[in-house]
Design a binder for this molecule. Structure first.
Ligand code: FBP
Length: 549
């Protein structure tokens, strides 16, 4: 057999649904909505999809006949545990509504729609992927859907296959584009609906109506298990400082959640660095101070969590990155330079004097990583920048200076880690398996009711699944106008860590205590899939702190 016992067992897991969704559902329309900001502008840009009502799904006894529909599904962006269950929930929901309903999967992300690459998803295929991690059922990609030409190509394949609706499973950018596509299809009377679904391990697609994005729960639990193991190792051998960088392109939700789960000696939160306008030097001083204080107590070991996006939040590095973005965008001269030294020289000559100083002060390897290609959304690929190594190098120098002045007596040996990809495709926790299956089911109900421009929403997530509240939210409700790559654009507001919010406040109240000694470490252990609900069905600490009374 080419499956592990857990794979076999997990395939049989029946995800839990909200009570209201266990049988036929009715859609209850709530109050009309407005966007979070810039109402007039957004209304003008989305005349067909703006202002719709929030929808709640309620139990009904009379299932009305629904027309036969065909649906296309797209996985967009980075993997997140539970994506397969969204598709399984969508498939089962559609089949429950009418056995002749069909589901197609566009291959390799949004480009599958434009390039007409697809498969029909059958019972056999779906059953292979139930409750599994990964996006390999149809693959994912980062192509941006933003041009009318792409939209028209998408409409052509939908008409050819008789597809009435597209479900886009993605993060804030992908759902913004889902809304633009919904509006375009409505304006052009294509008869194609578009529904979004909130995905990303980064946890930054959240607001009043979306309590969390799927995948955040599982990914944080995987990283926290590893951090706990490392802390136990550090506390056993008592000789290493572990600098652990955690994924999360921009927001520090993952680092914060892992800190709440494991109580490390230090966790940097990018949003705080930005608010306090901390320079790289300030951050290094803070780390060195902690290490010196611990050394005094006899502890020459510890754990330091570093959010992947940190580099972009340090004010002087942020200015540098912005200059590099402008300088390197479609720069034929730069691209034609054959070697790293030449490229570095070119960059140094082209930057403003202040940024040139910052660029020069960074280790060569980091400078090289900052010059790498941007992703299709124009973002610096922060997962490729080894910020934890930068911090280790600079801390070493700082501690040596302090030692020379007699301010530090101790031994500093550091080990670097990066936890990212190992958590993105893990077997979904019960929370993500249930949440995702429910999200997929909701999408089928919104489609059969003819809705478009909506994102699926499940709330009351800290309660058992049976008490979850399912529905749909107009995507325009979450939008505002932001300046992106030099242009004013309607986008879903990205949720960074709220420094006034309860998760950060809890962390801030306890971090001084966690900085000291070795008694506070927590060892969460691996995700549990079977056993008591206390160990299997716990939501994240972030959700608990945000929503518990
Ligand atoms: P999404 O926002 O698309 O879900 O991606 C999340 C993420 O895992 C980030 O945390 C990370 O910075 C990025 O993807 C890495 O991208 P890639 O898979 O292209 O290396």
């Amino acid at each position: 057999n080419d499956k592990s016992p857990l794979q076999i067992e997990r395939a049989l897991y029946q995800p839990k649904l909200p009570e209201a969704m266990k049988g036929p559902v009715a859609l209850k329309e709530g109050a009309k909505t407005t966007s979070v900001a810039d109402q007039e502008t957004i209304k003008k840009l989305f005349p067909n999809t703006y202002g719709q009502s929030v929808i709640t799904l309620e139990k009904t006894n009379n299932q009305s006949a629904t027309p036969v529909v065909s649906v296309g599904v797209i996985l967009s962006g980075g993997q997140a545990p539970g994506g397969h269950n969204v598709i399984a929930g969508l498939f089962d929901g559609l089949k429950k509504l009418h056995p002749d309903n069909k589901l197609y999967g566009f291959l390799g992300g949004p480009s599958g729609l434009v390039e007409h690459k697809y498969i029909e998803l059958t019972h056999e295929i779906i059953d292979e992927y139930r409750n599994t991690g990964g996006f390999d059922i149809i693959g994912s990609g980062r192509t941006k859907l933003e041009d009318p030409e792409q939209f028209d190509k998408g409409a052509a394949i939908c008409h050819q296959l008789g597809i009435n609706a597209i479900v886009i499973i993605g993060g804030d950018d992908s759902n913004t584009n889902a809304c633009i596509l919904a509006e375009y299809y409505a304006q052009n009377n294509t008869g194609i609906q578009v529904i979004g679904c909130p995905k990303t391990i980064d946890g930054d697609l959240k607001n009043e109506m979306i309590e969390t994005s799927f995948g955040f729960d599982t990914a944080c639990k995987v990283y926290s298990e590893l951090i706990g193991n490392i802390q136990r190792d550090a506390n056993s051998s008592k000789k290493y400082y572990h600098f652990i960088r955690l994924m999360g392109r921009s927001a520090s939700h993952i680092a914060l959640e892992c800190a709440l789960q494991t109580h490390p000696n230090m966790c940097i939160i990018s949003e705080e660095v930005e608010e306090k306008k901390m320079t790289l030097r300030d951050i290094i001083n803070q780390i060195a101070k902690l290490i010196a204080a611990r050394a005094k107590e006899g502890y020459n070991f510890g754990s330091i969590l570093v959010p992947e996006g940190l580099i972009e939040f340090i004010p002087e590095v942020k200015v540098l990155i912005n200059e590099l973005n402008d300088l390197l965008a479609h720069n034929g001269v730069f691209n034609a330079i054959p070697n790293d030294e030449g490229r570095r020289e070119y960059v140094l000559q082209s930057l403003t004097p202040q940024s040139a100083v910052v660029f020069e002060s960074l280790p060569l390897s980091i400078g090289k990583q900052l010059m790498l290609d941007r992703d299709p959304h124009g973002n610096v690929q922060v997962s490729l920048i080894e910020t934890e190594k930068l911090l280790i190098e600079m801390t070493k120098y700082r501690l040596a200076e302090m030692k020379a002045r007699g301010e530090y007596k101790g031994k500093f040996q550091a080990v670097n880690h990066f936890f990212g990809y190992e958590g993105r495709c893990a077997t979904p926790s019960n929370f993500d398996a249930d949440y995702c299956y429910s999200l997929g089911n909701v999408a089928s109900s919104l489609i059969s009711a003819g809705k478009t421009g909506y994102i699926t929403s499940i709330r009351n997530l800290i309660k058992p699944a049976s008490e979850w509240i399912a529905g749909g939210v107009p995507i325009t409700m979450m939008m505002n106008i932001e300046r992106r790559h030099g242009k004013e654009k309607p986008v879903i507001r990205k949720a960074l860590v709220d420094l006034k919010g309860k998760p950060f406040q809890f962390f801030a109240q306890h971090r001084d205590e966690w900085a000291k000694g070795n008694k506070h470490y927590i060892f969460p252990g691996p995700i549990q899939y079977g056993g008591s609900a206390i160990v299997c069905d716990q939501p994240t600490k972030t959700l608990l702190l945000e929503y518990e009374d």
